[in-house]
Design a protein. Sequence first.
Length: 161
Amino acid sequence: MTPLPEIAPAFVAMAHSIVWASVATVDPDGKPRSRILHPMWEWDGTDLFGWVATVPTPLKRAHLAVHPDVSVNYWHPSQDTCAADCLVEWYTDDETRTAVWQKFAAAAEPLGYDPYIIPVWKDGPTSDAFAVWRMAPYRLRVMPAAVLTEGAGEPLLWTAP
């Protein structure tokens, strides 16, 4: 098992280079649903967590109310892959939404973007159409392409204690 201080920077680097992730939730009947989202990850040397700016749809709310977990998977055509299984917490307070909005707006491309380009967010970070997920990973996997294509090493794996 790879220690978190070793895998977290590798995960963040790969995730931020790929940018877009397939994110799966589970509905109240146990059926998965996936969508493409744009998470941003923060590693402070001790803790890793991710942010997702999202529309708080009734479907997402219903899924996370019953199963507050997501599986986040990144894939690049080179065959680099990484994944995070996470506990999710909704944030709808103005302070957090504004701070996360600014994180995305201030980040360099391709990770950063102007959230105002999303039509339903035209009223800004305090609109009812904008909410934030905070994702706390409990399992990480990082597999550079060379592991698959050249047999070079093993994937990095971490599970929370």
